[in-house]
Design a protein around this ligand. Sequence first.
Ligand code: GDP
Ligand code: ZN
Length: 363
Amino acid sequence: MSSRNENEKGTHVSRRENRAKRVNAMEMWEKGVLDERPVKERWSREFKNPRLKRLKNPVNDFSEECTVEGLVQEVHRRTFEVRLSTGETVSAIYRATVVDELGEFPAVGDSVVLGVTLAGEYSLVKVKPRRSELKRPGPRDRIREELTLAANIDQVILVASVEQPSFSYGFADRFLLAANWNHLPLVMVLNKIDLVAEIPNEILDFVKLVDGFIPFSCKTGEGLDALKRITAGKVSVFSGKSGVGKSSLINLLVPSAELRTGYVRDKDGKGRHTTTSSSLLDLPGGGMVIDTPGIRALGILDLDRHELARSFPGFFEDDLFTCKYGDCLHISEPGCAVLRAVENGKISRPRYESYLRILNAKD
Ligand code: GDP
Ligand code: ZN
């Protein structure tokens, strides 16, 4: 009980601080200046002085009639790309008042209304309500201040490889957690199966936790038909550690994408980073693919251990914490409802092991 109060209190205080910062940003915007720091820095806990830049064309010089609608295709630090209903893609700037109202920046997949200024600049007027989103929790004391990685999606697709690089539980567990958290189905595509004779049992254990599984090879084309079927007419978010073959795979699915494919470094088997921001691509037969950058996008590294123990998907029905001790981490505590559920098979061992891996990866 005590840890929950502390958390809520902590979140409350930092929210207020954050709001003060946002209001500050709004005032600056209205004065026609822009904070030039990268978004990450602007929103960081350590308050640093803003780097101000005077805008050439202060906003609000557009009329209501002068608005257009579109779909957010790519998000950058100071601008974002929007595909208008006319098919044209334009670059737009954020408006602090709208960002403040939304509580965050627009995400890839968002449906937005843009205003066109007299100078011909596009700026954010409104983000339409989302039907779904893929969010990751905020940092340690601000778990509720989530970051949206993609909006209006149907499913998330984890691309992993069986070898080169070998299967990463660290990434897979976190990805599963994020999908569960957002009530989105997770499909795992296991690439490079041409490199092994059999899929290792540990990976098959993980497969028990996902909603769909496609053994795949970009080399032989195995699994491509299944992947086409599962993505047809839907909006799918693709993510994977770099080097697993995500770009090669998306190129097979969306030939016009022509994503750059990288090389796997021989020494440690880790890949280079080839993608830097999320982007949205059209599938030839209808539906869309949102390609997200590698591992950093989903690292729930700062999550508080007790919050994790309390909210791990599938552990407690209706968020009803039933362990004897409020600070139970479900390791060996007496009266632990999770351990009991694992014993009698209500919680699967792979899921419990996935929990332990995430729990132990931090501190
Ligand atoms: P990304 O970093 O996940 O986008 O990975 P890339 O698409 O750049 O691929 C990384 C490396 O893996 C490249 O050298 C690819 O040729 C190789 N690769 C991709 N798919 C397969 C596959 O199915 N089998 C094998 N053997 N290699 C593959
Ligand atoms: Zn417990």
